[in-house]
Design a protein around this ligand. Structure first.
Ligand SMILES: [Zn+2]
Ligand SMILES: [Zn+2]
Length: 137
């Protein structure tokens, strides 16, 4: 039987140490790519839009510019059209609120903007009362 030997050989040849460092490299690489990508679209968004929070309208400049972040309107961080149509500049506070609001709405099973009125009274209760009054007259 030569097949088990073929399977076993690469397993025995591998030591766990280079494996781990390879994994670390892959993770580090992925992290570097994602932060590079983020820096790229943030830079671009800052060139496209005035440095103003889209919610609270605060202006940012200098070191405080760090507090201005890029929000993805469709919440897909991989969707980065170069015309900026999926980006919105939000300060870190409004950005957090925006995500909390959407998460809240998702939890309640509502889509954003669907603010239907909640029925607080029974419209037929009044009708029944009026019918009763009619009978009395
Ligand atoms: Zn804001
Ligand atoms: Zn966001």
């Amino acid at each position: 039987m030569s097949i088990p030997l073929i399977i076993e050989f690469p397993v025995m040849a591998k030591s766990p140490v280079p494996d781990q460092s390879r994994l670390d490299r892959v993770i580090a690489e992925a992290r570097r790519h994602s932060s590079e990508r983020e820096a790229t679209y943030r830079e671009r968004a800052l060139k496209l839009y005035p440095w103003i929070c889209g919610r609270c309208a605060r202006e940012f400049s200098g070191v405080r510019l760090r507090e201005l972040t890029v929000h993805h309107k469709d919440h897909n961080h991989d969707n980065n059209p170069l015309d900026g149509s999926n980006w919105e500049l939000l300060c870190i506070y409004c950005h957090e609120n925006e995500h909390a609001r959407v998460a809240d709405e998702a939890a309640r099973g509502r889509s954003p903007g669907d603010q239907g009125p909640v029925a607080t009274h029974n419209p037929f209760a009044d009708l029944q009362k009026r019918l009763d009054e009619k009978k009395k007259n």
